[in-house]
Write a protein that binds this ligand. Structure first.
Ligand code: NAP
Length: 318
């Protein structure tokens, strides 16, 4: 039984790495499954690997590049003895303890067993799927107004989407931008009435109804987009230097369906700190947060999950 881990952390964004730092410093010898390189947020380091300048993480008065911040957090986790494996969990069994975690072939023997598990698998911003979108992400294309709005002072920018997120992002961006054009594929917003009232009353707002963004222009930064009318098929240019994609998020919870309580949108449900519906399993970061979605809040919740796991293990006599 000696190879049963005290804690396995699944996911290596700010939440998972902070949980690793704390559990490592508590001598729990955590194993961190950091994921595998890919083009989405579901990769080592998470969504910050897809961003450029981060100016709102405390302690970095001159800002830091998102990937640099994640490299430093990873080094800090490793320094205190976190074992980091560059692999993805392919299956988990949380129905009995010790919990079982598979890497690779999910039909074979489990790869790891653990007394506790911290879920920090993050979430992904849904994207339009245009080729220029990933190339210009962090260079005029953004998925986070709170993070990047400041860079667009007096710019003309566009927000794609018609839900509460898009309207909230658009309203936030009016604090900086000269104009904000909301590009929506229908002629009616999905957002709540109160948010609609606010966005229609804002004099900086413009609306491109029945429109999708069909192309993004610019070599090193956004220089404009092409809109396509969803009714007539006509195309027209829109002169913007920023494009915020706000068409929703998808939490990375596929592994846990049927095992942990998820809400209607698939987010992991946590309560009383970082507890989940299964004793000994804790959740932190964007996988359980559809409200704040910030690196600092993810890191804070990673700390909570680590402390909760440590106390829970101690109460179990480990
Ligand atoms: P959402 O409600 O699913 O809205 C997504 C929007 O993006 C919809 O308007 C949808 O168009 C559009 N869209 C989806 N895929 C698209 C594509 N490929 N191209 C162009 N447009 C596309 O997502 P959300 O706004 O992120 O909100 C998620 C949940 O969080 C909701 O329950 C929302 O109420 C809640 N929320 C609440 C607040 C708040 O209360 N302050 C803030 C944010 C989010 P269609 O309308 O045509 O489907």
């Amino acid at each position: 039984m000696s190879d049963i881990r005290n804690v396995i952390i699944i996911g290596s964004g700010p939440a998972g790495l902070t949980a690793a730092i704390y559990t490592a410093r508590a001598n729990l010898e955590p194993l961190l499954l950091e994921g595998e390189p890919s083009s989405t947020s579901d990769q080592p380091g998470g969504q910050l690997m897809l961003t450029t300048e981060v100016e709102n993480f405390p302690g970095w008065p001159d800002g830091i590049m998102g990937p640099d911040l994640m490299v430093r957090m990873r080094e800090q986790a490793a320094r205190f003895g976190t074992e980091i494996q560059t692999v993805k969990a392919s299956r988990v069994d949380l129905t009995e303890r010790p919990f079982r975690v598979w890497v690779g072939d999910p039909s074979g023997e489990p790869t790891y067993t653990a007394r506790s598990v911290i879920v920090s698998t993050g979430a992904q911003s849904l994207m339009l799927g245009l080729p220029e979108e990933s190339r210009l992400l962090g260079h005029g294309v953004s998925t986070c107004a709170t993070c990047d709005g400041f860079f667009f002072r007096d710019h003309d920018i566009a927000v794609v989407g018609g839900g509460d997120s898009a309207v909230e992002e658009a309203l936030f961006l009016t604090k900086f931008a000269r104009t904000v054009t909301l590009v929506h594929r229908r002629d009616e917003l999905r957002a709540s009435k109160i948010m609609q009232d606010r966005v229609f009353a804002n004099e900086k707002m413009r609306f491109a109804w029945n429109s999708t963004v069909s192309a993004i222009h610019g070599d090193t930064t956004v220089e404009g987009v092409t809109l396509t009318d969803t009714v007539t098929g006509e195309q027209r240019p829109l002169a913007v230097t920023g494009l915020f994609v706000a068409i929703g998020h998808r939490p990375n919870t596929d592994l846990f369906v049927g095992q942990l309580d998820l809400d209607d949108n698939g987010y992991l449900v946590t309560h009383s700190g970082a507890s989940t519906s299964v004793d000994g399993v804790f959740g932190c970061g964007d996988v359980q947060d559809h409200v704040y979605r910030q690196a600092i809040t993810a890191a804070g919740s990673g700390c909570m999950a680590a402390i909760d796991a440590e106390r829970w293990l101690e109460a179990q006599g480990h």
